[in-house]
Write a protein that binds this ligand. Structure first.
Ligand SMILES: Nc1ncnc2c1ncn2[C@@H]1O[C@H](COP(=O)(O)OP(=O)(O)OP(=O)(O)O)[C@@H](O)[C@H]1O
Length: 900
C-alpha cells in the first residue's frame, strides 16, 4: 500500500442545528472527485479556485468513520514503532474540537484511538500514558495535567525530543482517559492558570505514549499526537482591540508554521522549519523521518472566508511528489542504480537528476563522465543535480569529471548542484574535477553549490579542483558557494584549488564565498571505521524511492565525518603547523570569521534549493558541529526531570534522565534527518520558504487570499532572486568581520566611558548605532560604559530622548520622581544593551554574561541563524530556558557588578 507522508483530508462540519444551518449551507462547498481519484474542493464565492485534498468527508460522516479510515492504521503502526500526528485545523467553529476531542457521548478521534491503544496494549504487553498540553498565543506551552508547572521546555536527547515540565499520566481504561482528557480541557477553558493571561484561543495537544513495559522513556515504543489547533481567524477582520490583534497574529503565525512544516515534509524540502513555533518544535519527532501526518482541514458548513484560506494552505501539503510505500519503512539494504526524471508540464517546472555510483574493488581504474545540458525557456524553474560517489579501496586511480551546462532564459530560476565525494585509501591517487557553467539571463536567480571532498589516508596525493563560472546579466542575483574539504594524513600532499568567476552586469547583486578547509591531522577512528561500516540509513533511502550503493553512502558518511572533524579541529584551534600553515591558518581564520556569512548565504540558498543529502553534510560542516558541541559541552540546564502523574494517586513521581539533554536543536535534527533522507532528493520547489517569507512580511492575511492550486509547484523566480540577492546580511556580517574589536571589548569600553561621563547619552540612537558598527566598541563595552555612566551621572536625563530629559530637569519633578525616572531610563537602556549582546556578540563574549554558559551560548548562536534578532525583550530569554526569576536575578547581578 502506498501512503503519503502527509495525508490531507477535509471534513465539512456537521450541523449542530440542522434546521437553521441547512438553509445557509446549500452549495457553499462543492466537492468533486475526478476519475483519477483526485478530490478537489471549491467554494461558491470563489468557484474558480479549486483546492486538492486526498479526500473530503461530508457533513454526515461521523468521527467513527474518519477514525476507522484514517486513524486506525496509524494506531497499529504505533505498535511497530512509528510515530504519527493527527492535526485538526481550520477556521473558528469549524468542528476541530468536536473531531479531536469530541464529548463523552460522541468521542473524538483521540478517544477512539486511545480505546484502540488500550486494547492493543493489553494484547501486546505494552502500556499507555498520555500527556496533555496547551500552546498559547505567546507560544508558551503549558502542561494541562499539571498546570502549576512552569512552561514546558523542549529538549533533545540524541535526536529524540523530550519535554521538561510535561507530565505523563498512565491510563488503563477509556473512561479513565476520557475523564482526564475532557476534565483537563474544560478546566483549562474555565479557569486560566495562575499568572498566565487567559488565551482566547490556543492549540491543545495530546500525546499518547506507547511503552514497552512501564512508563520509562527507555521503553518508549512510539507516540501519537493529536492536535486541536486554535481556530484561524483573520487578525484584522476579527479583532476589535489591539491586544486581540496581536494575539491573533501570533496564533495565526503558529498555524502557518505548522502548515509550512507539513508542506515542507510533503514535498521533501531539505529544510523543514520546525523551529518556527513552539508547537512545531514539540511535534518535531512525530512529524519527521518515518512519522506519518494526517492533516484534517475542518470546513465550516456555511460561508467563512477563513475556511477558504485554511483549505488553500492545507492543499499545498497535498502536492506530495513522493508516494512513500509504508512497507518499506522496515530496514532493507539494497544496491542498485536509479535515474529519476520528473517532468511536469503545468507551469513548466523541470528538473533533471542523475546519480551515478561507482564501486570498484581490486586495482581498477574507473572513470565516470557526465554531461548534462538543460535548456529551459519561458518561466521555467530548472534544477540539475549530480551526485557522484566513488569509493576505491585498493591501489586504484579514480577520476571523475563532470560537466554541467545550464542555460535558462526568461524569468528562470536555475539551480545547479554538484557533489562529489571521493574516498580513497592506501596509495591512491585521486582527482576530482568539476566544471559548472551557469548562464542565466533576464531576471534570473542562479546559484551554484559545489562540494568536493577529498579524503585520503596514507601516502596519498589528492587534489580537488573546482571551477565555477557564473555569468548573469540584467537584474540577476547570483551566488556561488564552494567548499573544498581536504583531509590528508601521514605523508600526504594535498592541494585544493578553487576558481570562482562571477560576473554580473546591470543591477546585479553578487556574492561569492569561498571556503577552504585544510587539515593535517590524524583521521579519527570513526572516520576510518566509516569506510567499512555503513550507517543505518538504508531504510530511509529505500523508503524514499532512491536506492544507492554502499559506496555512495560510505562516501557521504566519510564526507560528513571528515568535514565535521575539520570544523571541530578549527574551532579547537588544534591545527598542527607545517611549512604552509601560516597561509593555511590565515585562510582558516578567514573561514571561521566568514562562517556566519556562509551560513547566511546557505540558508538563503536552502530556501530555494531542492533537497540534497550532501548539501546537508555541507551544512553540517560549515554551519555547525552540532554533535560535537552536544557531546562535548556541558549541560547547563537543570538535570532534566519529567514528572509523571500516576492516574491512581495523582501524585507526580519523577523520572530522572541520566543522559545529557540539550535544547532542541533543529540544525542537528535536520542534519540527522536529512542524512536519513539523503537519497530522497527531489525537485521540491521552495514554496514553504515563500510562505514563511510571506508570513513574516504580512502580519495578517488578507480577507481573501486566492492561491491557485498549482502555485505550490511553481517557482517564483523573483522571490528566489530576492532571497539570493539579499546583500545586506552579507554586508553586515562582513562589517563584523572587518571590525577589529569584539562586541565584548566594545561593551566594556562603553562601560568605562560612561563611568567617567557626567552626561547620560543614549547609546543606541540610530546614529550611535551606526557609529557602533564603524567604531570599535562591542555590545559588552557599550553595556558597561552605559552602566557606569549612569552610575556616576550627576545630570539626570532621560536616556532615550535627551531633549525630553532636559525638560525634566527644568520642570517641577520632585527628587524622588526624578530618581525613579532616571532609574527606569537606566534600566531600559541597560536591558537594551544586554539584548544587543545576546543578539550580536561572539560566543566567548556571550559566555561572560551571567547565566549564559557554553550550552546556552551555542543555542543563542543557533537562534541567531534562524532570526537575525532573536532577543527583542527580556521575555525572549525564556526561549533559552531561563525563568522570569532567573532573568531578573541575572540582570541584578549584571547591574551589581557595575558597583563592584
Ligand atoms: N460533526 C458535527 N456535528 C454536529 N455538530 C458539530 C459537529 N462538529 C462541530 N459541531 C458543533 O459546532 C460547534 C463548533 O464546533 P467546535 O467547537 O468543535 O469547533 P472548533 O473548530 O473547535 O471551534 P474553535 O475554533 O472555536 O475552537 C459546536 O457547537 C459543536 O458542537
Amino acid at each position: 500500500m502506498a501512503s503519503k507522508k502527509v495525508r490531507v483530508v477535509a471534513k465539512i462540519r456537521g450541523f449542530s442545528d440542522p434546521d437553521t444551518e441547512n438553509s445557509r449551507t446549500v452549495d457553499w462547498v462543492s466537492v468533486k472527485t475526478q476519475d483519477s481519484g483526485d478530490v478537489t474542493i471549491s467554494f461558491k464565492e470563489q468557484s474558480s479556485s479549486r483546492y486538492s485534498v486526498d479526500y473530503c468527508y461530508n457533513q454526515h460522516d461521523d468521527n467513527e468513520m474518519i477514525y476507522s479510515r484514517e486513524v486506525k492504521p496509524l494506531v497499529s503502526a504505533a505498535f511497530e514503532g512509528f510515530n504519527s500526528t493527527v492535526i485538526a485545523h481550520g477556521a473558528r467553529g469549524s468542528g476541530k474540537t468536536h473531531l479531536i476531542q469530541g464529548s463523552l457521548e460522541r468521542p473524538g478521534l483521540a478517544a477512539l484511538a486511545t480505546s484502540e491503544f488500550l486494547s492493543m496494549a493489553e494484547k501486546n504487553g505494552k502500556s499507555i500514558a498520555v500527556s496533555l498540553y496547551e500552546v498559547d498565543h505567546q507560544d508558551h506551552a503549558v502542561d494541562l495535567l499539571n498546570p502549576e508547572q512552569p512552561q514546558i521546555l523542549v529538549l533533545e536527547d540524541h535526536g529524540r525530543i523530550q519535554f521538561k515540565g510535561l507530565s505523563q499520566a498512565p491510563v488503563k481504561s477509556i473512561s479513565e482517559f476520557q475523564n482526564l482528557y475532557i476534565a483537563a480541557c474544560s478546566a483549562n477553558k474555565a479557569a486560566p492558570k495562575k499568572g498566565i493571561e487567559r488565551a482566547h484561543r490556543s492549540h491543545i495537544g495530546l500525546i499518547v505514549h506507547v511503552f514497552s513495559q512501564n512508563e520509562s522513556m527507555n521503553g518508549l515504543v512510539s507516540k501519537m499526537n493529536f492536535v486541536d489547533m486554535a481556530g484561524y481567524e483573520d487578525a484584522r477582520r476579527k479583532s476589535s482591540d489591539a491586544s486581540g490583534h496581536v494575539e491573533n497574529n501570533k496564533l495565526n503565525k503558529s498555524i502557518y508554521a505548522l502548515l509550512n512544516v507539513c508542506q515542507a515534509l510533503s514535498t521533501n524540502e531539505s529544510r523543514v522549519p520546525f523551529r518556527e513555533s513552539k508547537l512545531t518544535r514539540m511535534l518535531q519527532d512525530s512529524l519527521r523521518g518515518t512519522s506519518k501526518v494526517l492533516l484534517v482541514s475542518c470546513l465550516n458548513p456555511s460561508f467563512c472566508q477563513d475556511t477558504v484560506y485554511m483549505v488553500s494552505l492545507a492543499s499545498r501539503s497535498c502536492q506530495s511528489i513522493h508516494q512513500t510505500p509504508l512497507d518499506s519503512m522496515k530496514k532493507t539494504a539494497s544496491s542498485t542504480r536509479q535515474i529519476a526524471t520528473w517532468d511536469s508540464t503545468k507551469k513548466s517546472a523541470s528538473s533533471a537528476r542523475e546519480i551515478v555510483t561507482l564501486d570498484s574493488t581490486k586495482k581498477n581504474a574507473s572513470s565516470a563522465r557526465k554531461i548534462v545540458t538543460l535548456d529551459s525557456t519561458k518561466k521555467n524553474a530548472s534544477s540539475v543535480r549530480q551526485n557522484v560517489a566513488t569509493d576505491s579501496s585498493n591501489k586504484k586511480s579514480s577520476s571523475v569529471r563532470q560537466t554541467v551546462t545550464l542555460d535558462s532564459t526568461k524569468k528562470s530560476a536555475s539551480l545547479v548542484r554538484q557533489n562529489v565525494a571521493s574516498d580513497s585509501s592506501k596509495k591512491i591517487s585521486s582527482s576530482v574535477r568539476q566544471t559548472v557553467t551557469l548562464d542565466s539571463t533576464k531576471k534570473s536567480a542562479s546559484s551554484a553549490i559545489q562540494t568536493v571532498t577529498s579524503d585520503s589516508t596514507k601516502k596519498t596525493a589528492s587534489s580537488a579542483r573546482q571551477t565555477v563560472a557564473s555569468d548573469s546579466t540584467k537584474k540577476t542575483a547570483s551566488s556561488a558557494i564552494h567548499t573544498v574539504a581536504s583531509d590528508s594524513t601521514k605523508k600526504s600532499a594535498s592541494s585544493a584549488i578553487q576558481i570562482v568567476a562571477s560576473n554580473s552586469t546591470k543591477k546585479s547583486a553578487n556574492s561569492a564565498i569561498l571556503t577552504v578547509t585544510y587539515r593535517k591531522k590524524k583521521i579519527p577512528q570513526s572516520v576510518s571505521a566509516s569506510t567499512t561500516k555503513l550507517p543505518g540509513s538504508i531504510s530511509h533511502i529505500k523508503e524514499n524511492g532512491v536506492i544507492a550503493t554502499n559506496s555512495a553512502i560510505k562516501g557521504r558518511k566519510l564526507f560528513d565525518e571528515a568535514s565535521h572533524s575539520a570544523v571541530k579541529a578549527e574551532k579547537d584551534n588544534s591545527i598542527s603547523k607545517d611549512g604552509n600553515d601560516a597561509q593555511v591558518n590565515s585562510r582558516l581564520d578567514k573561514e571561521i570569521s566568514i562562517a556566519d556569512v556562509t551560513r547566511a548565504s546557505e540558508s538563503l540558498l536552502d530556501n530555494s534549493l531542492s533537497e540534497d543529502g550532501n548539501h546537508d553534510e555541507l551544512n553540517s560542516r560549515v554551519e555547525k558541529d552540532n554533535s560535537s558541541l552536544n557531546a562535548s559541552s556541558e549541560v547547563e540546564f537543570d538535570p532534566t526531570v519529567e514528572k509523571v502523574i500516576s492516574s491512581e494517586d495523582k501524585h507526580p513521581y519523577i523520572i530522572n534522565y541520566s543522559k545529557d539533554l540539550s535544547i532542541a536543536d533543529e540544525g542537528h535534527n535536520m542534519n540527522k534527518e536529512n542524512n536519513n533522507l539523503i537519497e530522497n532528493e527531489d525537485f521540491s520547489p521552495p514554496i514553504s520558504s515563500q510562505l514563511r517569507e510571506l508570513q513574516s512580511l504580512v502580519s495578517s492575511t488578507p480577507l481573501c487570499m486566492q492561491l491557485p492550486e498549482n502555485e505550490c509547484i511553481s517557482h517564483d523566480d523573483d522571490q528566489i532572486s530576492a532571497k539570493i540577492a539579499e546583500p545586506t546580511t552579507l554586508d553586515t556580517k562582513r562589517r563584523d568581520v572587518m571590525n577589529t574589536k569584539s562586541p565584548w571589548e566594545t561593551f566594556n569600553k562603553h562601560g568605562s566611558e560612561m563611568e567617567n561621563s557626567t552626561e547620560i547619552t543614549e547609546p543606541r540612537t540610530p546614529d550611535a548605532g551606526r557609529g557602533d558598527v564603524m567604531n570599535t566598541k562591542s555590545p559588552w563595552e557599550t553595556f558597561n560604559m552605559n552602566g557606569s555612566r549612569m552610575k556616576n551621572s550627576t545630570e539626570i536625563t532621560e536616556p532615550r530622548t535627551p531633549d525630553t530629559g532636559r525638560r525634566d530637569v527644568m520642570n517641577t519633578k520632585s527628587p524622588w520622581e526624578t530618581f525613579n525616572l532616571h532609574g527606569s531610563g537606566m534600566k531600559n537602556s541597560l536591558v537594551k544593551d544586554y539584548l544587543r549582546i545576546l543578539n550580536t556578540a561572539e560566543k566567548d563574549e556571550l559566555k561572560k554574561l551571567k547565566g549564559i554558559g557554553e550550552k546556552r551560548a551555542t543555542y543563542i548562536l543557533e537562534l541567531r541563524e534562524e532570526s537575525p534578532e532573536p532577543f527583542k525583550s527580556l521575555d525572549d530569554l525564556k526561549d533559552i530556558g531561563l525563568s522570569e526569576k532567573q532573568i531578573k536575578g541575572m540582570m541584578k547581578k549584571e547591574v551589581g557588578e557595575l558597583f563592584n
